[in-house]
Design a protein around this ligand. Structure first.
Ligand code: ZN
Ligand code: ZN
Length: 404
């Protein structure tokens, strides 16, 4: 009996779960993998699932799909739109939506494993299936590795993964080298000296210090980085004060930094630190600012030789024009921790989930940025077909390329 992947996708879409809370999703994935004959372990790195499809001697391929959803209120208007809420780590009740398409990733993974099982007479080796939690925290891959999967399961020769994206359905986007940026999330605390709003001369105002810091941080990308390179410095959150006539004692900034490689990472981090400290000094701060790293994601770098093999295989199966180079994405992923820790190649590609006619119309009108909802948008809505089928085929094809 074949698995009804459409029903699986709709079920997962209607029951999205926040990072590290994906117990229902993990249970469903584990059940399918068990039904398909895999050896399955649950609760790996909190809610992760590992399935092993051992099929004789040969290469070991790790196949990864992430499964968490986001605190977003779905506005797609789809008949199967999510209406559920969850509780975030701060204890707030929040709407939850599969706004990044990870429901599609799990669905495609189950479909690909089903095909690998059906075709097991044609290949030999071991496929290790990773259903990963908490990609949106940048923490799930690390949690699974910290649970010892590298030593407890067959070590990979290659790690493969894919992400659904707003490209036309049927199109695969993959590039050799840096596919996605590295990222750090920082929290900066600036210390001033509080006091009465009518007596600024008796205070060290952290609001002004924060404002100057935010503006100066913009010069990293615009004045320090070679215009031919890419770096992003975003201050996504700024908090200080409670009332108009009180000068607060401190201000907090939250930064999101992105870069294509480790060298740029070091340069940008050094610039952030230099500017934060210098602006505090310029304000006459009596206490050094604190810079805390909340998360670190490595660049997602595709191995040249393995990417060429995957691209050629996908062209053979999906059509000569189906594989494009989408350029580097400034978004970040934690998939490469698996390959980095194992010291093996990674290939991570994007597959399109959009109605090709809609996409072509937006391209013609020059309105891709305004008309095409991207991942994390409340309007993000991959077409069910052929997105599922292309995702299944892409993952199966790439796995078979290495499984002989
Ligand atoms: Zn995401
Ligand atoms: Zn994602």
């Amino acid at each position: 009996m074949t698995i009804d992947l459409e029903a699986l996708y709709i079920d997962l879409h209607q029951h999205p779960e926040l990072s590290f809370q994906e117990t229902r999703t993990a249970g469903i994935a584990a059940e399918h993998l068990r039904d398909l004959g895999l050896e399955v372990e649950e609760g790996v790195g909190v809610t992760g699932v590992v399935g092993v499809l051992a099929n004789g001697d040969g290469p070991v391929v790790w196949l990864r799909a992430d499964m968490d959803a986001l605190p977003v209120a779905e506005q797609t208007g789809l008949p199967y739109a999510s209406t559920v809420t969850g509780v975030d780590p701060a204890g707030n009740t929040v709407p939850v939506m599969h706004a990044c398409g990870h429901d599609m990733h799990v669905t495609a993974m189950i479909g690909a494993v089903e095909r690998l099982v059906a075709a097991r007479a044609e290949w030999s080796g071991t496929a290790v299936v990773l259903i990963q939690p908490a990609e949106e925290y940048g923490a799930g891959a690390r949690a699974m590795l910290d649970a010892g999967i590298l030593s407890r399961y067959p070590k990979p020769d290659i790690v493969l993964g894919q992400h659904v994206t707003p490209l036309p359905a049927g199109v695969i986007g993959v590039r050799s080298g840096t596919q996605m940026a590295a990222s750090d999330g920082l929290t900066v605390t600036l210390h001033g000296r509080g006091g009465h709003g009518s007596r600024p001369h008796a205070t060290i105002d952290p609001v002004v210090m924060a404002a100057a810091t935010v503006m100066r941080l913009q010069t990293i990308a615009s004045r320090e980085v070679d215009p031919r390179d890419v770096a992003v410095v975003t201050v996504g959150s700024i908090h200080a004060g409670l009332k108009n006539n009180i000068i607060p004692a401190e201000a907090t900034l939250e930064l999101s930094l992105r870069y294509p490689n480790d060298e740029m990472r070091e340069r940008v981090l050094a610039s952030v630190e230099r500017i934060v400290r210098a602006e505090a000094a310029a304000s006459g701060a009596e206490r050094e600012p604190e810079i805390r790293t909340d998360h670190t994601l490595p660049p997602t770098i595709n191995d040249a030789e393995a990417t060429a093999r995957v691209s050629a295989a996908l062209r053979r199966v999906l059509g000569e024009t189906s594989v494009i180079d989408p350029g580097m994405f400034t978004g970040s992923e934690d998939v490469s921790w698996f390959a980095r820790d194992a010291d093996v190649p990674l290939v991570f590609w994007f597959w399109g989930g959009l109605d090709p006619a809609k996409y072509a119309a937006a391209v013609a009108a020059g309105t891709v940025n305004s008309d095409i909802p991207t991942n994390h948008s409340p309007f993000f809505a991959p077409e069910i077909h052929p997105t599922i089928e292309v995702g299944v085929t892409a993952l199966e094809t790439a796995a078979r390329e290495f499984l002989g």
